[in-house]
Design a protein around this ligand. Structure first.
Ligand code: CP
Length: 309
């Protein structure tokens, strides 16, 4: 890394904003925070006195909880706002919500929203740093960073790897962020899914469109399955989940095409028996729970870095 390097990102909006040095720095910072979660007293005073608001307009288990756990482990004060109990249900706009939250002087706002670009918009109306916790089908940068951290731990590097991403690419902010993240670090990303669920111009993001599942998985180092996002499927883009599982689901047989030491990832929540068989989800190849653990470390790093940018 450049010895003159310093992290200079006020907001975390998408993976396209990061250079290779940025990603390496975030992952090194996350590694240094990871051991705090293994202590008996899991708290350091790094963000004491800082105020962090979790503003979630969509359901979340992993992202919301891990940002809150991360903030609390660094002694910040955290506040959670659910869309269903916020004044947006009375018609308040996102911009007015942003301005009103900003008037209470938080230091960081973590936003999950169903609209692509919502975090970018909010960042223009608040003094606080904004972290995108998933915006529509656009970006989920903290997920990509925890995925990169998990691959680096398991493979010892992030360059020269073949990453296969299988499933609903069209509706996946995780796919978009990971294509950019892994490409920036020097790996190839091959995508495959039902033709109705792979964007026409996916190559423009730097991904390789695999013609078959076997092509995608052949010699892969990392196999990432994505959830079929039924809540975003307004048209019948799939015949049935049973047929999806037969044609696109990961099994011991299909994983035989990947490298012997290939790891299996999934951002969660997993639809067992659809994206992958339960045996695969629970197999030694699966690093799904490592991803979740690393999510806390990566989010500690992001909160620390935006607080000091
Ligand atoms: N991976 C992920 O974003 O999970 P949640 O929706 O539970 O936050």
């Amino acid at each position: 890394m450049n010895t003159e390097y310093s992290f200079s990102h006020r907001h975390i909006l998408g993976m396209e904003q990061f250079s290779r040095d940025d990603i390496a720095h975030i992952l090194t910072t996350a590694e240094s925070f990871k051991e705090i979660s293994a202590r008996s007293i899991k708290k350091v005073p790094v963000l004491r006195g800082r105020t962090i608001v979790n503003l979630f307009f969509e359901a979340s288990t992993r992202t919301r909880l891990s940002f809150e756990v991360a903030a609390k482990r660094m002694s910040a004060d955290t506040f959670n706002i659910n869309a269903s109990t916020s004044s947006t249900v009375k018609g308040e706009t996102l911009i007015d919500t942003a301005r009103n939250i900003s008037a209470m002087h938080p230091d960081v706002i973590i936003l999950r929203h169903f609209s692509s670009g919502a975090s970018q918009l909010m960042s223009q109306y608040v003094q606080a740093a904004v972290i995108n916790a998933g915006d529509g089908a656009h970006q989920h940068p903290s997920q990509s960073l925890l995925d990169l951290m998990t691959v680096q731990e398991r493979k010892g590097r992030l360059d020269g790897l073949k990453i296969a991403i299988i499933g609903d690419i069209t509706h996946s902010r995780v796919a978009r962020s990971n294509i950019q993240g892994f490409r920036t670090m020097g790996s190839e990303v091959h995508v495959f899914g039902p033709s109705t669920l792979v964007p026409l111009h996916i190559e423009s993001l730097g991904a390789v469109r695999a013609p078959t599942l076997r092509d995608a998985l052949d010699n892969a180092d990392v196999v990432m399955a994505l959830r079929i996002q039924r809540e975003r499927l307004h048209d019948p883009l799939l015949p049935s989940l049973r047929e999806y599982a037969q044609r696109f689901g990961l099994s011991h047989e299909t994983l035989g095409w990947a490298k012997e030491d290939a790891i299996v990832m999934h951002p969660g929540p997993v639809n067992r028996g659809v994206e992958m068989s339960p045996e695969i989800a629970d197999s030694p190849r699966s690093v799904i729970l490592d991803q979740v653990s690393n999510g806390v470390a990566v989010r500690m790093a992001l909160l620390y870095l935006v607080g000091n940018a």
